[in-house]
Design a binder for this molecule. Structure first.
Ligand code: B12
Length: 329
């Protein structure tokens, strides 16, 4: 089978596995992207995510992740939910309604990579999703999967913004389609994402200050905030944030996810996680949390942080603040 035919087979298998689209690129130097990251770090926009300061040699040359790397297969998968969370509940970002995508996608990426192994002897490969020091969004652009929007999302004109990126690197020479001008920015003069962000985390088009980002504050920032002091609004969100995504007109594009594991997680007591109110959250103990949430993205910050996020947001909504809080940035 020639390379082009194999590419079609790869696309077909990806579709069967639930991926929305894939692209294949040669492993190349990513110095320009590293420059963007270095600039962001010099301004402190990476907050306390010190892992973004490390392994820059690998970010620049992703081929270092696997000896003899030639190709990078980049995939996008939709997590677009059929139903959004009911209003008034502690807000959860839609990528976290179901099971953790790191688990869900890695399995599918491995299945897809098996096809490369089956057709090419001596194949070596590694799969990543959010798990290696690589510029996934930029790789996706190079692989013809969309453009970077002013909210820093990878935006795909057909599949929208509710997409997660997964990558396979391999030592095999594959077919490299010409993606031409597919990465051309289509935001035009629209600034809805910047206008919508309640904490002004998007300082400028394409520039995200994670210190202000609700997603960062509620997931990655392991400090507990004092509900009486800090005053940043989080607009009801207690885990992650979809506000700059929902504001984007392109987010109306894309089909509901075909992946069952991304459906709203139902706990053993019958309750949907997305339907839980504050009182129900407060009743959870650490044993139950461990049992029921171990495969959910909500496990990452831990129960104490989640409850703090909920208390903080309640204080926000009830105006129960001293208004002495300092803007952290
Ligand atoms: C750190 C991180 C975060 C941080 C910082 C986000 C950020 N914007 O930098 C925080 C915790 C805030 C975060 C939040 C979210 N994240 Co996150 N995150 C990452 C992670 C691990 C690294 C990103 C990174 O390197 N940032 C540093 C900046 C400099 O790099 P970058 O964002 O990739 O930007 C590149 C391009 O945009 C380009 N670029 C920058 N400016 C410009 C300007 C122009 C004109 C052009 C053309 C290009 C360009 O250069 C940069 C370097 O290549 C990636 C996984 C990965 N390994 O890539 C996931 C990832 C970016 N996150 C993802 C998701 C889903 C989210 C959330 C939606 C989760 C949520 N609902 O709460 C939010 C979205 C917030 C937002 N507006 O970005 C997805 C994004 C998928 C997509 N369709 O874009 C990724 C790719 C994970 C995955 N495997 O799917 N995230």
């Amino acid at each position: 089978m020639d390379r082009k035919d194999f590419h079609m087979l790869l696309e077909e298998r990806a579709g069967e596995l639930g991926f929305a689209q894939l692209g294949v690129v040669r492993a190349e130097d990513m110095s320009t992207d590293l420059g963007v990251l270095e600039d962001s770090i010099s301004k402190g926009y990476h907050a306390a995510m010190t892992y973004l300061e490390r392994n820059h040699h690998i970010r620049k040359e992703p081929a270092l992740l696997l000896e003899g790397t030639k190709s990078i297969v980049v995939t996008i998968t939709s997590y677009k939910p059929a139903d959004r969370q009911p209003a008034g509940k502690p807000g959860i970002a839609s990528y976290a309604y179901g099971l953790d995508y790191h688990i869900v996608l890695k399995k599918r990426l491995n299945d897809l990579a098996s096809l490369i192994c089956d057709h090419h002897s001596g194949t070596t490969f590694r799969v990543f999703t959010d798990s290696a020091p690589i510029f996934e969004r930029s790789l996706a652009v190079k692989a013809g999967l969309g453009f970077i929007g002013k909210n820093t999302f990878l935006i795909n004109p057909h599949h929208g913004l509710h997409t997660l990126i997964g990558v396979i690197i391999t030592n095999q020479e594959l077919y490299y389609p010409d993606y031409g001008k597919k990465g051309k920015n289509l935001c035009g003069s629209c600034t809805r994402c910047l206008d919508a962000c309640p904490s002004k985390a998007l300082r400028d088009p394409f520039v995200m200050d994670a210190r202000r980002c609700i997603s960062y504050q509620t997931i990655e920032d392991n400090r507990l905030y004092d509900p009486a002091k800090d005053y940043h609004t989080r607009s009801g969100m207690v885990f992650g944030c979809d506000i700059c995504m929902d504001a984007c007109p392109w987010s109306r594009k894309g089909d509901v996810t075909p992946i069952e594991e991304f459906r709203h997680l139902r706990l053993s007591d019958g309750m949907l996680v997305t339907h839980m109110d504050r009182a129900q959250w407060k009743k959870i103990d650490s044993h139950f949390f461990k049992q029921e949430f171990k495969n959910s993205p909500l496990f990452r910050p831990g129960l104490e942080k989640l409850i703090n996020n909920i208390d903080y947001e309640l204080a926000n909504q009830s105006g129960n603040r001293s208004a002495q809080g300092e803007d952290p940035v």
